[in-house]
Design a protein. Structure first.
Length: 261
């Protein structure tokens, strides 16, 4: 048994994360149009009708844009916490009652042979949360859309085999960039997004000898660059004696299925 995953899309233009075991197939968020979601699934050779469920992190449009369409088209169950359901319900269109399920914060829910643990993050949404996935001793942590990495989050996501971790912006680029100050202040706040430097510092506290892959996610197209994000994180890790395979994500193309092992 094993875990395989793909970052289908990541960033302000849309987010979707796919993970599977030998027995289960799960999607986290569907932040692109139904047509785009179908294309992304085609690129990793996954039939959306075979999904066992969709987990929702929070109600922002770049995470739920295609959620209602995909769920209705393939008759898929949706899992979200109560406050997120309330915040996003009017944006989804009609979802039948037998497709609506509650997944509370700080909860572990088992989907076949995958144990999924939810944890709260600091972000400007109703009750945002992200997930770790465990199967047969393997662990994958999905951590984006948060203003800072709390000690509680660190305890939950530490010692994972693979991380999909936010490196949203370079602070200097953001401060000098074209965004109005109120938007910059939101991004830099404790309920905004994690910078390249904070990503590197957090990861250096989290990773262990079992960690073998890091994907940098939710990179800003205006306030970051792939090479800069990767270099910033790698330099911080190297300063602490850590050398790892650090990769970035392309908001328009999936990463391909990576097998955790």
């Amino acid at each position: 048994m094993t875990l395989r995953f793909s970052v289908l899309a990541s960033g302000s233009s849309g987010n979707a994360f796919y993970i599977e075991s030998d027995k289960q197939k799960l999607l986290v968020d569907a932040g692109l149009s139904g047509k785009q979601m179908d294309r992304l699934f085609g690129e990793v050779a996954v039939d959306p009708s075979s999904l066992d469920g969709i987990l929702v992190t929070h109600e922002h449009s770049d995470h739920i844009k295609g959620l209602g369409i995909i769920a209705r088209k393939y008759n898929l169950p949706i899992y979200a916490n109560a406050k997120t359901w309330k915040a996003m319900e009017n944006s989804l269109g009609t979802i039948s009652l037998d497709q609506k399920f509650d997944f509370g914060m700080e909860e572990v829910k088992t989907f076949g042979d995958i144990d999924v643990e939810s944890f709260g993050v600091s972000h400007d949404a109703a009750e945002p949360m992200f997930f770790t996935f465990r199967n047969d001793g393997k662990k994958v942590a999905l951590v984006t859309d948060l203003g800072y990495v709390s000690e509680r989050i660190k305890r939950t996501v530490e010692d994972a085999d693979a991380y999909i971790f936010e490196a949203n912006h370079d602070v200097g680029m953001l401060r000098m960039g074209r965004y109005p100050w109120n938007v910059k202040r939101r991004i830099l706040s404790d309920s905004g997004h994690v910078s390249n430097e904070d990503c590197g510092l957090a990861l250096s506290d989290l990773i262990t000898n079992r960690t073998n892959r890091i994907y940098l996610a939710h990179l800003s197209q205006d306030n970051n660059m792939k090479d800069l994000a990767r270099m910033s994180v790698e330099n911080i890790l190297k300063e602490r004696g850590i050398t790892l395979d650090v990769r970035d994500t392309d908001p328009k193309n999936p990463t391909g299925l990576y097998e955790v092992g």
